[in-house]
Structures are given as structure tokens and as C-alpha cells.
Design a protein around this ligand. Structure first.
Ligand code: ADP
Ligand code: GN1
Ligand code: MG
Length: 363
């Protein structure tokens, strides 16, 4: 990453009235993130315009959503500088800066005394994450959805993700098809799950809500001392969607026994204790507003979102790694295999998951 040299970055910073040293920061797969060593500190991000081709839409969503959250947090007596992202405008009072090459940059307040995790050693962290995402969902339940732009169309439409994989197979543009015969077989076998959320959404049994849509564990910041969830970040994909996307996607990553690119099969499993902790935290915030169908689909949502992410990684591998950042050869293939191992394990644990859900929905 860091295709921008220090000289270019200094020029960008000057647009926000900042003059400081800057370093590459965080483990996201999409944007380029930098930490500004000012006092107080800031986060500079280069928005990935290959992924988000309308950065104005993205920033309008983030601006409006964070304003809504900030008002709610203040009313509840909380610290809005810490419990939600704050967009820092440019000197010209714009919500992001576009340079002459068309590159787009935004600035946030840095959330001090916080940590993010790529894997949770202590399952209790999952309870904090569940609470944080559940509360996020609740605080946005009265946000006017019609104000939100759809920043990535059909982002969690799993049947369309299956079609995108089929196109990647047909095109075979990076000439890698021979390496993934088994994975393609796997993807076809599990495609039977793909429409289980969207078909219920079409029927109205699973309602549209304002959702985060990228509820990875490292998109929550935790208090470095208490491990309580402090702030939900990475708001690029806040759009109308299903609560099941947020629940399932959080478990895909957070309830894994290992990091997302672990290659040793023996180290990859779906951890029911982490599942229970996340369900406990999340449901403590949202259980009163769930429909019967949402409750029924909570366990399978973890499989669907893990499957969807697996086929996205596989399609990107076939396309020549054009979407997700990679840091080593076959990185997307390793990630896809990891997700598929989790899918199998989740499928074998549905009964236990349903019992856990029942326990926290009913108390
Ligand atoms: P990406 O879309 O690439 O995942 P994120 O917005 O999630 O980008 O940022 C990447 C990482 O940078 C996060 O996982 C988090 O560790 C860190 N980060 C981002 N914004 C902030 C912030 N305002 N304060 C502290 N850390 C942040
Ligand atoms: C990306 O941006 P980040 O790293 O938090 C991706 C998610 C995937 C995830 C897989 C906008 O999330 O959809 O689930 O990688 N975000 C986008 O780790 O595509
Ligand atoms: Mg992120």
C-alpha cells in the first residue's frame, strides 16, 4: 500500500491544516489508513475509489450517520468524541479532499486509549463486540433510511455473489482456474444456502433496517483497559440491509478460532463459546425488536456470511486480486479456504447455536 509518498501526504495534510509525521496504520483490507502524530492525534484515510466509486455518497452517509449517533450519545450523557467517529472537514469545509489525480482523502479524530483485535483471545471480547454492534443497530433504528446512498450495490446479496463467482470462473482472467477445482466444487455444494436471507427479505418476514454491513471484529475499538466496546468504525458500508448480515458477518470473523488467513486446517474452527458471548451481547440490545424469522435465521446467517465472504475471496483470486489487499502470494485463496473450513464447521453446529440463541432471546 502506501503508494503515496511522505511528500504527497504532507500536501494532503496541509489541506486539513495539519503538519506532522504520518505512519501507515491498521489492518483493513480496503482503504489506506495513516496515523497522524499530532496532539490530539488523527486518522487520515485514502478512500479506495476502486471499491467505492462514489466517494461523495460514502462521505455523505458517514457524515449524516455520525451526526445522528453523536446527538444520541450526547443525549445519553456519553462522550461523542470517543463513542462515534468524528469527521474532520478540510480547510475549505469539505467532508473530504480530492486531489488533482482524483485521489480522495478523509480525516477522523483518533479514538485514544483503544485497541482493535484481529482475533479475540478472550471470548468476553465477543460479548463487548456484540453489545457494541447491537447498540449501533439500535441507535440507527430511527435514522431515515431514505437518506442513505447505496455505496456498493447488492453488497450482501449472496445469490448475486454466487453469480459473480461464476463470471470469474468463466473469465479465468488470471489463469488460475486449475488451482481451485476443489474450492469451486465446495462453493457449488453450499450454494443451496445462498438465498435464505434475501428470499425472506423479499417476503418481508426479514425487515430492511439500517445496518453496518461490515461487522468485522477489527471494526470495533475496545477500551484498552476494560475491553468494553467503545466505538464502531469503518462506516463505508452503512446502508439499508438485514440485521442478519451484521450478526452473521461479525461471527464469521469474531467467532473463528484463528486469524482470517490461517492456513493450518487443524487450527481453524468455529468457537461456540465465542458465538455464545457475541449472541449474549448483541441480543441484550436488540432482542425486543426481532421478528420470528430473524430469530430463526440467526444461526444460519453465520454460515451464509462466511460462505459469501469465502466466495468473494475465491472470485478475487480468480480475477487476479483486484479487490482485497493482499500481502503474500495466494493470499485470497488462503482466505477462501479458511472461510470454507469454517462454513463446514458452522453447519455441524447449528443445533447448539439454536439453543444458545433461544437462551438469550428469552431472557
Ligand atoms: P478498512 O476499510 O481498510 O478496513 P478501517 O476504517 O476499518 O479501514 O480502518 C483500518 C483500521 O485502522 C481499523 O481496523 C482500526 O484499527 C484503525 N482505525 C481506523 N479509524 C480509527 C480511529 N478513528 N481511531 C483509532 N483507530 C482507527
Ligand atoms: C473488507 O474493510 P474491511 O477490511 O473491514 C470488506 C468486507 C469483508 C472483509 C473480509 C467494503 O472489510 O466486506 O467481509 O474485508 N469490506 C468491503 O475480511 O468490501
Ligand atoms: Mg475495517
Amino acid at each position: 500500500m502506501a503508494s503515496n509518498n511522505q511528500y504527497e501526504l504532507k500536501e494532503i495534510l496541509s489541506r486539513f491544516n495539519i503538519n506532522t509525521d504520518i505512519e501507515v496504520y491498521g489492518n483493513g483490507h480496503i482503504n489506506d489508513t495513516y496515523l497522524c502524530e499530532t496532539a490530539p492525534r488523527f486518522i487520515l484515510q485514502k478512500i479506495n475509489t476502486n471499491v467505492f466509486n462514489n466517494p461523495t455518497d460514502v462521505m455523505e452517509n458517514i457524515y449524516n450517520v455520525t451526526k445522528h449517533l453523536s446527538e444520541k450519545i450526547k443525549k445519553a450523557g456519553g462522550d461523542a468524541d470517543r463513542e462515534t467517529l468524528t469527521v474532520i472537514p478540510t480547510k475549505n469545509n469539505e467532508i473530504y479532499y480530492k486531489n488533482s489525480d482524483g485521489a480522495c482523502f478523509r480525516m477522523y479524530k483518533y479514538i485514544e486509549n483503544s485497541v482493535s483485535y484481529d482475533v479475540a483471545e478472550d471470548p468476553k471480547i465477543l460479548c463487548s463486540a456484540g453489545r457494541a454492534f447491537g447498540k449501533f443497530q439500535k441507535m440507527l433504528s430511527d435514522f431515515p433510511a431514505e437518506k442513505l446512498h447505496e455505496t456498493i450495490i447488492d453488497f450482501h446479496n449472496t445469490p448475486i455473489r454466487v453469480k459473480q463467482l461464476e463470471t470469474a470462473i468463466e473469465n479465468n482472467s488470471a489463469n488460475r482456474l486449475d488451482n481451485v477445482k476443489e474450492e469451486i466444487e465446495f462453493a457449488k455444494r453450499y450454494a443451496k444456502y445462498a438465498d435464505k436471507i434475501v428470499s425472506e427479505m423479499a417476503l418481508g418476514t426479514v425487515p430492511l433496517r439500517v445496518t453496518h454491513n461490515d461487522t468485522k471484529l477489527n471494526n470495533v475499538l475496545f477500551d484498552e483497559k476494560t475491553n468494553d466496546g467503545v466505538c464502531v468504525i469503518d462506516l463505508d458500508t452503512v446502508m439499508s440491509g438485514s440485521l442478519l448480515y451484521d450478526f452473521g458477518d461479525a461471527l464469521r470473523f469474531g467467532a473463528s478460532s484463528c486469524v482470517e488467513d490461517e492456513t493450518d486446517e487443524n487450527k481453524i474452527w468455529f468457537d461456540l463459546e465465542k458465538f455464545e458471548q457475541f449472541a449474549k451481547g448483541f441480543l441484550s440490545e436488540v432482542k425486543d425488536c426481532l421478528t420470528q424469522k430473524e430469530i430463526e435465521l440467526l444461526p444460519v446467517s453465520a454460515l451464509i456470511m462466511t460462505y459469501e465472504c469465502g466466495i468473494r475471496f475465491l472470485a478475487d483470486y480468480l480475477n487476479g486480486d483486484t479487490y482485497f489487499k493482499i500481502h503474500k502470494e495466494n493470499h485470497n485463496l488462503d482466505r477462501a479456504r479458511n472461510q470454507f473450513k469454517l462454513v463446514e464447521d458452522i453447519e455441524s453446529k447449528f443445533n447448539d447455536m439454536a439453543k444458545i440463541v433461544a437462551k438469550y432471546v428469552n431472557n
